[in-house]
Design a protein around this ligand. Structure first.
Ligand code: AMP
Length: 415
């Protein structure tokens, strides 16, 4: 079913959103992007005359009740965003009465789903290597089904609008869908937009296609790097990965972050790029710092010859120019992961050069997708979020989708 064609009038809708918003030490929301992202779906349901049961996780309470991760902290913000009162169910698995009492136009927010281990469906207190793990897993899967069935019993229709967790087969993101008929389950507007953006990148590639992968490690990005290798014209690998590549080629990287067990992998990536005719752009110079801090003393050095005691924390000017050259004329662009320790204001130049070049290319008609928490934080920090084509709310989910994996949250609805 498609959300636009569904009339929620008189229906109770249970909606999985991703309200895992960052909070400061006083429980105040520091970035409400995720709440705003879900509003079109929530507003459509209310406007149609439906009632709304909102469910989400927050943080990693590991299956236990923990007030630090209570969604009660965001109840008022949700209420303000929707412009209506929001009721709160303190126990998400015992909210039948509260759900039954909802009238059209009313809203109920359930407490953090992850206060129950059944949400994630991982057995508790037993390691994969322990005897009895398989039995524990089976038992937990059964409990997960019961938990999902309970959540499903609150509503007539299920909507999944939580792209950020769509790569997880959790009770509320996938298993619950089994308890609704095909015409009573659907993706929300945000999910639809995210899925379409990925589709744009994967199936409708306008060339040249430039992908920029940054962040701290090669190991966590290898799946997507290998997958992209078959698709892109230019591949920029930057951030902390730079130094693994430099060392693999015989460079001296000082104190820079480096995965010594991934040197062969780095060489293999270089070899594959050459074989496939991909223009691989790696850092050649860097901003090297004498400590991991914003106020460190810095100098520009070659990535292949970083003095002992210094560490590369950002891309140097020559590298930044190479980034721009590979991005500015691209017609399809994907950016995931910063080019330096952008959290320190003095080490944002590499990421800034990437963001600026993406904006330049987008102005000239490129489709640009920025995704993953840190790259999104970068474009927000630079005030450029509305100058790229699409900013994804998904980190892991986005990467898995681009790797070509079917997301369980989407599959549960689309089959
Ligand atoms: P990831 O979680 O792997 O996507 O990496 C994101 C993190 O990588 C950010 O917190 C950046 O500060 C960090 N990062 C980027 N470049 C470097 C670098 N040269 N050295 C250390 N950390 C880096």
């Amino acid at each position: 079913m498609n959300i636009d064609n569904y009339n929620f009038n008189g229906k109770k809708a249970i909606v999985r959103v991703d309200f895992n918003v960052p909070l400061d030490e006083n429980g105040n929301i520091t970035d409400d992007t995720r709440i705003r992202g879900a509003l079109p779906t929530l507003e459509k349901i209310l406007k149609d005359g439906g009632s709304l049961i909102i469910m989400s996780h927050m943080g990693k309470p590991k299956g236990k009740v923990n007030p630090k991760f209570s969604l009660s902290q965001i109840k008022d913000a949700v209420s303000k965003a929707l412009g209506t009162e929001v009721k709160f169910a303190e126990d998400c698995a015992n909210a039948s009465e509260a759900a039954a009492n909802l009238k059209p136009g009313e809203v109920l927010l359930l407490e953090n789903l992850r206060f129950y281990p059944e949400e994630e469906g991982k057995p508790v207190g037993i390691e994969k290597t322990d005897a009895g793990y398989e039995d524990a897993k089976k038992e937990m899967k059964q409990r997960q089904k019961e938990f999902a069935k309970k959540l499903a019993s609150y509503a007539d229709v299920y909507v999944n609008d939580a792209f950020g967790t769509a790569h997880r087969k959790h009770a509320s993101t996938a298993v619950i869908a089994d308890y609704f008929d095909a015409q009573d389950k659907m993706l929300g507007y945000l999910m639809e937009k995210e899925v379409k953006a990925v589709d744009n990148i994967l199936s409708d590639i306008k060339r040249p296609f430039t992908a920029i992968m940054g962040g701290s490690k090669v190991s966590t990005k290898i799946g997507i790097i290998e997958n992209l290798m078959d698709k892109v014209d230019n591949l920029i690998l930057c951030g902390g990965m730079t130094y693994t590549f430099a060392k693999a080629q015989g460079g001296k990287v000082g104190q820079s972050i480096c995965e010594d067990d991934k040197l062969d992998l780095a060489l293999d990536i270089m070899r594959k790029a050459k074989e496939k005719g991909v223009n691989l752009v790696l850092g050649t110079d860097c901003v090297a710092a004498d400590s991991f801090s914003n106020d460190a003393k810095t100098q520009i050095v070659s990535c292949m010859d970083i003095p002992e005691g210094l560490e590369g924390l950002d891309a140097g000017p020559e590298t930044r120019k190479a980034f721009r050259d590979a991005i500015k004329d691209a017609k399809t662009i994907l950016w995931n992961g910063p080019a330096g320790v952008f959290e320190f204001d003095n080490f944002t130049a590499g990421s800034r050069a990437i963001a600026d070049a993406i904006v330049e290319a987008t102005d000239k008609g490129a489709f640009s997708l920025v995704g993953g928490g840190d790259s999104v934080a970068c474009v927000n920090k630079f005030g450029l979020a509305d100058q790229v084509s699409y900013v994804s709310t998904g980190g892991g989910a986005l990467l898995e989708a681009i790797e070509g994996k079917v997301l369980p949250g989407v599959a549960a609805i689309k089959g």
